[in-house]
Design a protein around this ligand. Sequence first.
Ligand SMILES: Cc1ncc(C[n+]2csc(CCOP(=O)(O)OP(=O)(O)O)c2C)c(N)n1
Ligand SMILES: [Mg+2]
Length: 816
Amino acid sequence: MNKTVQSSKKLSFLEFKNEVLKDYKIAVLSRECSMIGRREVLTGKAKFGIFGGGKEIPQLAMAKAFKKGDWRSGYYRDQTFMMAIGEYEPKHFFASLYAHADIKADSFSAGRQMNGHFSTHSINEDGSWKNLKEQYNVSADISPTSGQMPRLLGLAEASKKFRNIPDLDKEGILSAKGNEVAWGTIGNASTSEGPFFETINAAGVLKVPMVISIWDDEYGISVHSKYQTTKENISEILKGFQREGKGSGYEIFVVNGWNYTQLVDTYTKASAIARDEHVPVIIHVKELTQPQGHSTSGSHERYKDKERLEWEKEHDCNAKMREWILNFELEDQDGQMLKFVENEDVLKQLEKEVKITVRNAKKEAWDDFVQPMLQERKELVKLLEKAARKSENEIFIDKLKRELESIDEPIRKNILTIGRRSLIYLRDEDFLEKELLQNWLKDYHALQQPKYSSHLYSELDTRATNIAEIEAEYDEEAEDVDARVIIRNNFDALLSTNNKVLIFGEDSGKIGDVNQGLEGLQEKHGEERVYDTGIREVTIIGQGLGMAMRGLRPIAEIQYLDYIFYATQVLTDDLATLRYRTFGKQVAPLIIRTRGHRLEGIWHSGSQMGSLVNLFRGIYILVPRNMTKAAGFYNTLLKSDEPAIVIENLNGYRLKESMPTNLGEFTTPIGVVETVKEGSDITLLSYGSTLKLVEEASKDLSQVGIDAEIIDVQSLLPFDLEQNVLLSVRKTNRLVIIDEDIPGGASAYLLDEIVNKQGAYNYLDSRPTTITAKPHRPAYGTDGDYFSKPSVNDIFEGVYKIMHESDPEKFKSLFS
Ligand SMILES: Cc1ncc(C[n+]2csc(CCOP(=O)(O)OP(=O)(O)O)c2C)c(N)n1
Ligand SMILES: [Mg+2]
């Protein structure tokens, strides 16, 4: 497919004409894909479709202004834009509609995402960055409406960093000195979401090169603007953001989505303003339509009245462009009339050609999709036939075989379902053909599974779990200091050795965070590197996510763990899925720094590890017991390419720890537990601040003759990759997990990991137990903590009770 011309030089009329016709052809091609795509869903060849119909023309204009090195963060309507920049062919369109699980067929997600979720590749097979400066960059879409906004902020902010921090891109592949614009797209209704408004405000404050296009078709599925937007007009209500002269704020444009020339003009201006001046721009594109309704799940006749439907027909942007092309006349210097086309036949011919192109692409994509599975079915049918002939259950297996053969276009589910069921009939028999069948099914399953499950975490050598431990080293006269000084000096070392490291968050800049773990670092490393943000957790994460996607190494600070839940959506939907949803082709090694554990109060508990562990698969969850361990985690993470949340102990900053000499270098391994006290009677597993209480309780326990082994989890996700807890349980035969999360929270996760996955149930002599906080949020104050979270008494008694049950004579009941 031809790419749109990106030149701003003056065009001759012939060039202009060619460009207009080429653009029109892309619009027609895109529409034809939408029409045929819908039919593919309605006839059952694809499950669901969401298309770009009715939004074609403004996207052509956006594509013209979009330069190599630029980034897009948008949503499912941007089909035409993707085609116009040359990143989306009709064949690919159909492959992703069919969910073709092959990255070569669907380069966006290898069939993992629904259609209309676009992306480009940022990293090479070996994990190194591609030359992002020389390619079009499309950050991988997600479905939650307005979820693209926080990431957009970070993508735009990266340009600012590349412009303002010297030598940031030594390799010369990440940025052309910050000249890149981050282009956002969002539907009118999605602007009702919080992340949209938070992003708009933050980008205005940060003054980043961001252009947001709002595709306004007056609806969000069936719900009209009057229920979505005050005054039914998003640009009207955003007027307060408009800059005055050279003051801060936005440039805001309003343009009709069917007006090709005005759109091209607007996008050219917007690009220059954002690119040259680093001023954010909003383009409100009105009067768009949705000729096929929202998606294949319904029809818009249900909620649009006749008048609206009629209006949409008249204002269909493709029809309007066609009309403009047909009616266009320009008198040249010689008095001759210049036209785009002699007559309508030229356009009819173009439209006919497009129809053929799309029809052929569809057929090719379908063949490519079904051929491998037809072959796979053939293999299984053969094996079933052979096994049936030998089996006493021949008729049943034969029936299954015929069932499989009767499916016109079998998918992998059909193949495996039938194959696996056949083994039920063969369970009591023993012959070679059965073995061959079993092996084929096992191999087939193992071969197919990664197509749907790989790349949740890095599979590269640079993965975080591959970074070896380097122990902290100490001088003989190593000083004991407030632990926050260790973390600060370690950040200082990291900032000094890697200028891609940026640390930001609420109060992180001027005062060096609320616990002074960054004290003096802004002064030393400058405001571009260590800085304050507004109170807006969603977009703090968005800043980090977007910048990490552009090759920077942001450390985003969330002031207290409990406030991370504001950012749950961007973390779970976007950051945690990024590598997975792009089949490993985009990464964001964002480090999130926060503090928790043993905080007091309903909104300052710092304890909710189970929720993080459950929602954030794809992000490592690290719970260092002290600041040296925490510093080691930051050092490990910066050597790797994966995102993580590090939860420091809020009550640990003023405790004394020895100052290591190899700051910035020592590492804490990820996925490795540490035995902090050896013992023989019972294994106690804990983490974070609670570990200290366990250590205290263990002193009382040893007084009464119970020798506990204490293990620090350190890393909740991933947990104990070497299975060292199992070794401990094999020795002690008893297990207690202690944490301050709710019952059934992280302790239940750990229990499952150890008892079921590691197989500790084989070695247990007592019921494995958890000692946790109460199910409610912790009450405030010291007594609130005592009655809400596990105390040293609770831990002692919980452990003692297990020992009492195992030997009531030796360990008499404490409470009769
Ligand atoms: C957070 C969230 N809520 C609901 C949905 C379901 N949903 C998908 S698209 C959509 C409407 C979006 O309308 P608009 O932003 O105007 O975009 P359009 O489809 O009209 O281009 C809704 C409600 C979703 N994907 N995400
Ligand atoms: Mg809409």
